[in-house]
Design a protein around this ligand. Structure first.
Ligand SMILES: Cc1cc2nc3c(=O)[nH]c(=O)nc-3n(C[C@H](O)[C@H](O)[C@H](O)COP(=O)(O)OP(=O)(O)OC[C@H]3O[C@@H](n4cnc5c(N)ncnc54)[C@H](O)[C@@H]3O)c2cc1C
Ligand SMILES: NC(=O)c1ccc[n+]([C@@H]2O[C@H](COP(=O)([O-])OP(=O)(O)OC[C@H]3O[C@@H](n4cnc5c(N)ncnc54)[C@H](O)[C@@H]3O)[C@@H](O)[C@H]2O)c1
Length: 480
């Protein structure tokens, strides 16, 4: 057994781990990075990048169909599944290559290969080859797809998102389980690429939306294109030759069995903290077994252990993993003099079409406590000028503001170019602008942002009225 003594050990070489390593090294600390899987990060290998590549191909196919609405007829569309998947994999490999170059530049003595687990708060073991005495640890172990009991051990037809990006051709049919971000992004992309897709939701949720009005519009707009089946539970799945026989039960109790080439399970992700000997650290754990930590410092209690990225499940998104990692690594280097790091206004975007975006305080968070203490403004994209010009006039934007101060609090939306609108709004939120100040900003014509201005004007009018004397308890329970 090799024995090492280091200042900081970072477990996991994903986005959070790499960022933590750099930050701890910047504090002049002897730091090692431990990795049990392939280098390259989840984002580049099986996450953000390959999924957006598949979506880009599907958008190209969709644009050809949509052109007819403008009187432009492109003729018969032919989708070559092998070419589609070859580009996805080729470009994915290019992105992974950039990460690998960065990893190559890390000195060999700082990189340890193997599965790390705690034997105590200051002792790690990597596989059965290395034991590390360590002053401070950053847990950056990421997450893995969650597989519900009824879908375990079925056979090769039941897959998770990781496997999609290794396909060499598009399949004939896919049942998607879950209407979260992964299910909707991949389900819509595959549908637009000519795959027969059915998407099953055990409840009524759509991506990360918590506002019931936005949820309602999102379910309608996405449901008008996709075979979206809400309130459908998986009863069983059985591999039958090259197909999976999937049995589901709808809200009325009726069962139906159908055959699909693949069942793609996108039912959430589980943080990788259950297999690292966390129980030997003495840390306080929450109900999900994740160490209780401070989201400003990433410190677990008052210990010398920090947790970053998907592993802490706070906001399991790429930009957050990078920020978490920087804060955790920096504070591991500084320990015990930890500092709060830069946390930004929450922002999440689902790359469906129309896109779904949420930022700032969510409707659900604002409802916590049960009283309606915030004003809501809204704008539909149905008749919004620029959206109609582009034949993308679907969706709804709802914006929230604080009575009294007039501060802009957050927004939820489904609509055209939501990725851009949500950035503008998130910047205003982080700058702590009031709704009145936002309306003083320039708006060109004709642009989608004019729809945002309509919502903000509506919000300003609601704020002007003042808080209702009798606070109305809003419906804060969108189909969970
Ligand atoms: C399909 C998909 C699409 C996504 N799209 C987006 C998007 O568009 N935008 C966005 O912001 N986010 C997106 N995400 C989320 C984003 O990819 C993740 O939030 C981010 O990659 C998490 O980074 P991380 O560093 O926490 O984890 P990872 O990159 O997963 O790194 C964790 C590393 O730890 C290693 N490890 C685990 N346990 C151990 C151990 N015991 N010992 C040693 N090593 C260990 C793992 O092998 C892994 O390499 C997507 C995710 C998926 C799955
Ligand atoms: N564009 C992006 O930023 C992006 C894209 C993809 C993934 N991600 C990240 O990856 C995370 C994981 O994505 P996801 O879509 O797997 O999770 P999710 O949490 O977004 O959605 C999970 C879905 O599965 C359903 N579900 C949960 N348990 C189930 C069960 N037992 N049976 C059937 N359905 C069940 C839920 O109701 C929900 O619809 C996201 O939360 C997000 O942080 C982000």
């Amino acid at each position: 057994m090799n024995k090492l003594t280091v200042d900081v050990a970072v477990i996991g070489t994903g986005t959070a781990g790499l960022s933590a390593y750099r930050a701890a090294r910047a504090q002049g600390k002897r730091t090692v990075l431990i990795e049990s899987g392939p280098y390259g990060t989840t984002c580049a290998r099986v996450g953000c990048m390959p999924s957006k590549l598949l979506i880009a191909a599907s958008e190209a196919a969709h644009m050809v169909h949509a052109a007819a609405g403008f009187g432009v007829h492109a003729g018969q569309v032919r989708i070559d599944g092998q070419e589609v998947m070859a580009r996805v994999r080729r470009e994915r490999d290019r992105f992974v290559g950039f990460v690998l170059e960065g990893v190559d530049n890390i000195p060999d003595q700082d990189k340890i290969i193997g599965h790390a687990r705690f034997l105590g708060p200051h002792l790690l073991q990597v596989d059965d080859h290395t034991s590390i005495d360590v002053s401070r640890v950053v847990i950056a172990t990421g997450s893995r797809p969650y597989l519900p009991e009824e879908l375990r051990g079925v056979g090769p037809g039941v897959i998770v998102s990781d496997q999609v990006f290794d396909w060499t051709d598009l399949p004939e049919s896919v049942a998607v389980i879950g209407t979260g971000v992964i299910g909707l992004e991949l389900g819509q992309a595959l549908h637009r690429l000519g795959v027969r897709v059915s998407i099953f939701a055990r409840g009524g949720s759509v991506a990360q939306i918590s506002d019931p009005e936005v949820l309602h519009v999102a379910a309608r707009v996405l449901g008008s294109e996709l075979d979206l089946r809400f309130q459908h539970k998986v009863v069983s799945a059985r591999q039958d030759g090259a197909e999976v026989l999937l049995t589901t039960r709808d809200g009325a109790g009726a069962e139906r069995s159908e055959r699909f080439q693949y069942v793609l399970v996108s039912a959430g992700r589980t943080p990788n903290v259950d297999n690292i000997g966390i129980e030997t650290t003495g840390l306080e754990l929450d109900a999900k077994g994740i160490p209780v930590f401070d989201p400003l410092t990433m410190q677990c209690g008052t210990s010398a252990i920090f947790i970053a990225g998907d592993a802490n499940n706070e906001r399991p998104l790429l930009p957050e993993a990078a920020d978490h990692g920087k804060i955790a690594g920096d504070n591991a280097g500084r320990y015990p003099n930890v500092h709060p790091g830069l946390r930004r206004t929450p922002l999440a975007i689902a790359f469906t079409e129309p896109q779904v975006a949420t930022l700032g305080a969510s409707y659900r968070e604002l409802c916590t406590g049960g009283s309606h203490k915030f004003a809501v403004g809204k704008a539909s994209f149905e008749n919004q000028g620029r959206s109609r010009v582009m034949l993308q006039n679907h969706g709804l934007l709802r914006v929230y503001g604080e009575y009294g101060s007039g501060l802009f609090l957050g927004a939820e939306m489904i609509g055209p170019r939501a990725e851009n609108l949500s950035h503008t709004l998130a910047w205003a939120c982080q700058a702590r602008m009031t709704v009145a100040q936002m309306l003083e900003m320039p708006f060109y014509h004709p642009v989608i942002e004019e729809g945002m201005r309509t919502a903000l004007r509506d919000l300003a009018a609601e704020l002007e009225k003042g808080a209702p004397a009798q606070s109305k308890a809003p419906d804060c329970t969108p189909g969970v």
